[in-house]
Design a protein around this ligand. Sequence first.
Ligand code: DLL
Length: 433
Amino acid sequence: MAFWDKHAETLPRDKLEELQVKRLKDTVARCRKSIFYRNRLKDVDESQFSKPEDVSRLPFTTKNNLRMNYDFGLVTVPRDEIVRMHSSSGTTGKATVIFHSRTDIETWADLVARCIVMTGAGKADVFQNIISYGMFTGGLGLHYGAEKVGMLTIPSGVGNTKRQIQLMQDFNTTVFHATPSYILYVSEVMVQEGFDPREFDLRIGFVGAEPHSEQTRQRIEDIYDIDAFNSYGMSELNGPGVAFECEEKNGMHLWEDQYLLEVVDPDNGEVLAPGEEGELVVTTLGREAMPLLRYRTGDLARIVDDGEKCSCGRTHVRISRIKGRCDDMLIVRGVNLYPSQIEDVLMSFPEVATTYQIILEREGSLDSLIVRVELYPKMFDGDLRKLRELESDIVKSIQDEIVVRPRIEFQEPGSLPRSEGKAVRVVDMRGEM
Ligand code: DLL
């Protein structure tokens, strides 16, 4: 079992919590230097903090706070100590900006290096970073970590899919990083070009930046004959490198020496017990330029609370796969559901290909839920009876999962839109009718 920073990664729980309390106090003190936090912390006396749970005495920070204090309102260092700016992708509204000092960049790269080594990847690997560079944190985040580990790093970015395949072939790429939707698309192009995705030298994939189901991970693993590891992060908390799966693939370790985690009820902000599903709330514990207190990530997940220590030896908490963002929740005929629940069902049918789309329409006064599904080419052989059977099986399984009865529309392989970054799965046309 390889480690990047064995001491930090396996710190006994009591020592880890001691460190969290110390860093929490330092972070609160540092926050007082920012215009935004100065007033908000007037009534807080961090010298009284004695356990990590004391973080709940602090006010939350929301994405809207970041927007309203655009541009430097949360910065705690002089302007000339800032060396990098990133921005969130703005999938849910106006983008927000994040600033980093030189030390922040070092720490971030170190966290990413831990993640990489934790999966069994290392210096001898050739790493193709098939994700957007620039303001999006996925590109540079993994790039710095991979170079720190000493991997031969190919900053191929997204797009130009045939060239990606060529690079994999010419330079014997062994590890890639991509969104799950894009790497599935790459495999389709490989097949069109006459390649077998399993014939490349690939052995490990880092997949993240968008919700995906366990079934989707298994598909990626089967298609490429690799191990795929889930990677979670967000720009406000650096980017990738917040939580990542180890070789056990049983939840993502969240680096608690740098991030203090709470899970709260998204409706009232009450802290939930370990194991309950809720919104992840994170306080940064080492960030210099732009520390955040109790940041409401908007992401729904739970702490893996199986009472077991992870057999990889790491002591840091594990979080479940992300179910979606609180604002991804769809209300269809009064029923609350998440797109990931539909994906779970779809991907359990081997006939169903990996790209799908959820369409919401209004028919009269009723919502209708249409799921467009691509099938693998062999299903289009013309056996209508088999197609009908498949359709009714999918309808029934989705209805069992989410209560609402969907309409299924089968599509030709390759006909639904593909994305290079985060996939857009839901088209809600109810407002337009
Ligand atoms: O997506 C950072 C990142 C890059 C993570 C590359 C992993 C790999 P943002 O663009 O700010 O940053 O978007 C963050 O994406 O709040 C989640 O809703 C979603 N997200 C990120 N990783 C996962 C994941 C990057 N593994 C937002 N599973 C987050 C599900 C994810 N959702």
